[in-house]
Design a protein around this ligand. Structure first.
Ligand code: PHB
Length: 414
């Protein structure tokens, strides 16, 4: 249940929600059965439909540590599509949802199925950086369009950028670099860093270090627990032993719930300030973290409490449909749907000429609930503002209150 400002919600990482979401899929699962068959097919080339329903493949995790993110991404996408009556340029829109499980091998099989069997017009979704890196060559070589609405892997919009891949979310650099200078100026000079042991965790720590060390800060320790971890006690103990002024951590989904709860449980809350990218306390996890998250300061390109007319409208519509407030993951997918809609309208419903669609996407300007936002035509990555937020009591719940606009950030690209 949410109050009138929708500050509380319950996101459980249960398989029940996963089943109910897949029930709405246009095509039954069973992708794993066709996977091996398709594996040898090589370059399939772009799909070619330009009449009948527009098919959008949605590839998100609906199992495991990032389940809540995947669910929110579907909700954001569906909210936007509903606002255009599930129709673009006179063609009905059909979603074909697949569960990536946030695993690169599973995601590759499912992406091939979407392209080769379902013949989707384009694909959106992708939570994990490891999955995005694993899919990059498939989309690039087959000239199929992928609109990434979360995964931040830097290379996807740098040295491994592709004409056919766009991102409405962020690069990992963008979500953490702005925090280093701010933390040095406002929190402390000696930091301990921790994040899950995979591409996004490594890139987030690097980006924070880049600006924190440049400002004059010192890194006193680094730890990379496995993704999908239950017990952070040994890691938290080591952090405490490093006696830092602050801890920088990137965790998301069920990892964020557990890390923040255990940070309090093992006595560090209130003693060693915790900072990180906003995923750590986003609205998908905050209702489970509750007071354990109080005072955590994070950097992110969104907060559902952002005080702009566009955001108010978005939050109200989202709450009206789902009875909970949107997360950054829902927002990024809402914007992915806006981008897809604008581009297909610009090509008058022709989804078969991928190069035309790419050109239309590059020329699109969107009004995002996150504030000033445009897609860099060079890298296909957003240029946007990053905000400093603090978890505070808001009404009878908790929220990420925006305390400072850190300015506009553009990924450095190459
Ligand atoms: C990523 O793997 O890029 C990733 C995952 C979850 C987040 C943010 C980034 O919340």
């Amino acid at each position: 249940m949410s109050d009138e400002q929708g500050r509380t919600r319950g996101r459980e990482y249960s398989p029940i929600t996963r089943r109910s979401l897949l029930k709405g899929a246009a095509v039954a699962t069973g992708a794993l059965a066709v996977g091996p068959l398709l594996q040898g097919c090589g370059a399939a080339g772009p799909t070619t439909s330009s009449s009948g329903p527009i098919k959008i493949g949605v590839l998100v995790p609906l199992a495991g540590v990032y389940t809540g993110l995947g669910e929110d991404m579907i909700q954001g996408l569906e909210l936007y599509l509903e606002s255009v009556n599930n129709e673009i340029a006179g063609r009905k829109v059909e979603l074909v949802k697949e569960d990536s499980e946030a695993k690169p091998d599973v995601a590759l099989t499912k992406a091939r199925k979407l392209i080769e069997q379902d013949k989707v017009d384009l694909v959106t979704g992708i939570v994990s950086s490891a999955v995005a890196l694993g899919l990059r060559d498939l989309f690039d070589s087959t000239k199929n369009i992928l609109v990434i609405s979360n995964a931040g892997a830097n290379a996807v919009t740098r040295d491994r950028k592709s004409k056919y891949i766009f991102r409405t979310s962020f690069s990992n650099w963008q979500s953490c670099f702005p925090l280093g200078q701010w933390a040095f100026d406002n929190v402390g000079k000696r930091a301990f860093c921790s994040a899950p042991d995979y591409a996004a965790g490594k890139e987030d720590v690097e980006a924070f270090k880049e600006s924190f060390v440049k400002a004059g800060g010192e890194i006193v320790g680094e730890l990379f627990p496995p993704l999908g971890n239950n017990d952070y006690q040994p890691f938290i103990t080591q952090m405490q032993q490093g006696a830092p002024d602050l801890v920088f951590s990137f965790y998301s989904g069920s990892d964020a719930v557990r890390f923040v709860q255990q940070y309090e449980q093992f006595g560090l809350k209130g003693k060693i300030p915790l900072v990180g990218p906003g995923f750590l306390t986003e609205t998908d996890v905050l209702p489970q973290q509750q007071a354990a998250a109080e005072g955590i300061r994070t950097s992110l390109h969104y907060s559902h409490l952002l005080d702009t007319p566009e955001n108010k409208k978005f939050v109200e519509a989202y709450q009206g449909k789902y009875n909970e407030v949107p997360s950054v993951f829902a927002l990024q997918s809402y914007d992915a749907a806006q981008l897809i809609d604008a581009a297909i309208k610009a090509t008058e419903g022709n989804t078969s000429d991928k190069d035309k669609l790419v050109a239309a996407m590059e020329a699109t300007t969107l009004t995002s609930p996150r504030g000033p936002f445009r897609i860099d035509p060079e890298t296909h990555n957003p240029i946007m503002h990053v905000y400093l937020r603090e978890v505070q009591k808001v009404g009878d719940g908790w929220g990420n209150v925006v305390i400072q606009d850190l300015g506009e950030f553009k990924d450095p690209g190459a």
